[in-house]
Design a binder for this molecule. Sequence first.
Ligand SMILES: Cc1cc2nc3c(=O)[nH]c(=O)nc-3n(C[C@H](O)[C@H](O)[C@H](O)COP(=O)(O)OP(=O)(O)OC[C@H]3O[C@@H](n4cnc5c(N)ncnc54)[C@H](O)[C@@H]3O)c2cc1C
Length: 625
Amino acid sequence: MATNNTLETTDVLIVGCGPTGALLTALLGQFGVENIVLEKEAGVTDDPRGITLDEDGVRLLQEVGIYDKIYTEMGSSLGLVQFMTSKTDLHEAPFLKFDMSTTEGGTGHVGVISVRQPILEKYVRLATTRHTSSQLRSSCTVNHIEEDADWVYCQYLDASGEQKKIRSKFLVGCDGKTGFTRKSYLEPKGVLMEQISSFGYNETWVAMNLKLTPPTTETHPTFPLWKLGYTPDQVYNLFFPPHFRFICNAERPAVCGRFGPAADRLWRLEFVVQKGEDPMLMSSDTKTMEILMPYLTHPGISDSDIQFPSDCINVLRSRPFAFSARRCNKFAVGRVLLAGDAAHVFPPFGGQGIASGFRDASGLAWRLAIAVRENTKNYNHLFTGWFEERKQQLQVSLAKTIRNGKLCTQGNTWQFTFLKLFFRIMQLIPFMNRQVERGPRIDGMIRYHWQKGLPFLDDSCGGVTLPQVYCSPLVSSWKAMKVMFTDDVIFEKSKQGMFQLIVLLKHLPDLQATRKSVLDIDEASKGYLLAEETTFIVQHSVIRDVPIDIGNDVFRLATADEFAATESLCKGRPVPKYYDMYQMKKELRGKTFVIVRPDRFVYGACDTADELHRIIQGMHERIGL
Ligand SMILES: Cc1cc2nc3c(=O)[nH]c(=O)nc-3n(C[C@H](O)[C@H](O)[C@H](O)COP(=O)(O)OP(=O)(O)OC[C@H]3O[C@@H](n4cnc5c(N)ncnc54)[C@H](O)[C@@H]3O)c2cc1C
């Protein structure tokens, strides 16, 4: 092994380029922070592990500029999540269902998409190439970390087998649940991956990915369903129906559903390995087919049972995996931090793995940007705030996961029988059915609860997630770009301010006076807010008498129908059902001025320009600088 003694320098070094590391480098790139990612593999791992991503995750894909790839390349809306009990019939009527295809969660997106993780990772990585400040180095394995008061020093083996050295102001371990950063460097410093709750859930599951090629009259001329007039597509839909299923069967809890773009015809089956069973044996061809084939056998359509032809099933993956719910007791020691699976892991029931790593990256990127830009010695304050916020939110993610997990695994108890009956009765009452169908979104958007040291105001809507709605520019020359996501205008890529000011105008005639009242925020906020970057959103969808010189920073609300008619935004996804264009106003309790952080959390909101100036005065200090 050759050693190169040159010491390279960067601001942030990221270890691992899974979804978390890739998103972090893309976000740091947007802030212009010099960063390098070292990834031990040569390319994106082609094993689709994560197959679902919630709407916060989708919003972050939008943030890094790859919204156009979501429904064209990465995946599709997950649709319904159905809970059922049959071990053989995927068409059994569910006793409970959540509708994840609606746009009622507040982000402007559907609740959950199903994705191919490798394609998602490919595009997040591609997003980083837009920024000269982000560099990805593949086939580079980190094998040594140390730090002093000012730098973290890292050594890695590069693709040619040469040992290289690099120093950075901060190092973030995004190297997965068994990664080097935690295991070899931070665990000896007291960082421990601990069970998060009494629902520790330490179980082994087998996760299978199947690629399906429906039979045709040419490939399978004697297949019985042709006589009944079925087409190959109908055969596929019969055996692998759309929507996602939790099979809450005491003998063998399982989850299954299509994933990725519809045209790829991919299907996931995960089932539990029961006590006394050998996980490797259970993931073998013989055993998995024993478990799978009853689902793929249909009685009663013709005289005898019909099975989906096994030669039309290509098993891409069948592997045991130990699931648990654990989180590190700290995410940062000194200048070294952990994010994603390196910092926490979840059981499979909530689809929270990728999204949680994404949220870590989103909450961390702006803090790292501040720490680097200000060259602050007080970075502990910034990172402690990040950990405390993440802890709160991970608890929420875990609660969702536990709710699904308990339903899936509680078995033949009388409580479960009662619960199933209760949900079936709810389905008969339209209002109650609607509430139940909202699923986990009934709890509303993520909201951080204030505690000392967190960078938002403890009253004034601080800590609330900023809803995203649709809008349209009022200036006539922009009319070609009819409907847009509000995030894309509030955080427009050329904007330089760390935080953003939004003005929610009740009436357009208030514009000029309000514009003047925010002119001096730059100095008061020490440059964290820039008046010229303010976004004005009039809280109506129809505005008359728009002045010619309105300016390109003024927008009106756009309706669900307008969004649905905009091909670049709505193609490939369901039209926005239950979308509420007034959600921003509602969450922010009708306030006019809103200061929002880059991770889409509200710093504070208020009614008057005087209050705004007061809030801004204390901002620098509250961030911890
Ligand atoms: C079977 C299965 C099903 C799942 N289903 C879902 C789901 O439906 N939804 C969901 O959200 N999540 C799901 N997950 C979890 C999801 O895949 C993870 O949460 C996600 O991949 C974590 O991303 P990460 O970037 O934090 O870590 P990883 O994806 O583990 O990435 C870590 C990266 O670090 C690199 N690395 C490691 N060590 C080093 C080193 N020393 N030097 C340089 N690089 C290094 C690795 O090569 C890897 O690329 C599932 C996981 C499994 C296994």
